[in-house]
Design a protein around this ligand. Structure first.
Ligand code: SF4
Ligand code: SF4
Length: 184
């Protein structure tokens, strides 16, 4: 019969010898291979205790950014939603009221901001489109879950911790991200 590839090997049908029937040489050979790996460098790590460094171009879970005062950067312009090829972003804009200047940086803000993580392809176009440095993709995975509705992330899930109220969590969320100036 003609072989489709040249990888086919002829199977040996000759009867096994006495040594082969004992299987000991084969077991010994296998154990030698196992022992030889004990002294080699492990290709695996003990996740989650140890974590590999992310690639500089890794794009993970989105973060809604604040400025140094803790005010939300987002001005609900909708450019991220327009740029999103997966139509994963929805938002509702609201006007900033007198006395809310410490909460929102711009006169308009996102009263509601949602990302459907089941649609998101982590392309980073929302970050590229944003003129206010209000959204970026962090070095964090989207955690696994059993229910689809848990993957609709709202503002509470996406907002970076307040830099003055929770500076440690803020720095951790910021990671190694270089500071970017927003366009005013
Ligand atoms: S990363 Fe891409 S797919 Fe995900 S929300 Fe942003 S633009 Fe949409
Ligand atoms: S995240 Fe940026 S692009 Fe999206 S609505 Fe807010 S300011 Fe506009």
């Amino acid at each position: 019969m003609q072989a489709l590839t040249n990888k086919a090997k002829q199977v040996s049908r000759k009867p096994m010898s006495f040594m082969e029937r004992m299987y000991l040489p084969a077991i010994f050979k296998g154990m030698m291979i196992t022992f030889s790996h004990i002294f080699k460098k492990k290709p695996t790590i003990n996740y989650p205790e140890k974590k590999r460094p992310f690639s500089p171009v890794f794009r993970g879970l989105q973060i809604l950014n604040r400025d140094e005062e803790g005010r939300e950067n987002c001005t609900a312009c909708g450019l991220c939603a327009v740029a999103c090829p997966a139509e994963a972003i929805t938002m509702e804009a609201a006007e900033r009221q007198v006395g809310e200047e410490h909460l929102y940086k711009e006169e308009k803000y996102a009263a509601k901001y949602e990302i459907n993580m089941l649609r998101c392809i982590f392309c980073g176009l929302c970050e590229d489109a944003c003129p206010k440095d209000a959204i970026y993709l962090s070095e964090t995975f989207t955690p696994a879950d059993y229910q689809r509705k848990q993957f609709i992330y709202d503002k509470n899930d996406l907002l970076i911790p307040h830099p003055k109220e929770n500076p440690d969590a803020y720095s951790k969320a910021l990671g190694n991200r270089p500071k970017r100036e927003s366009v005013n």
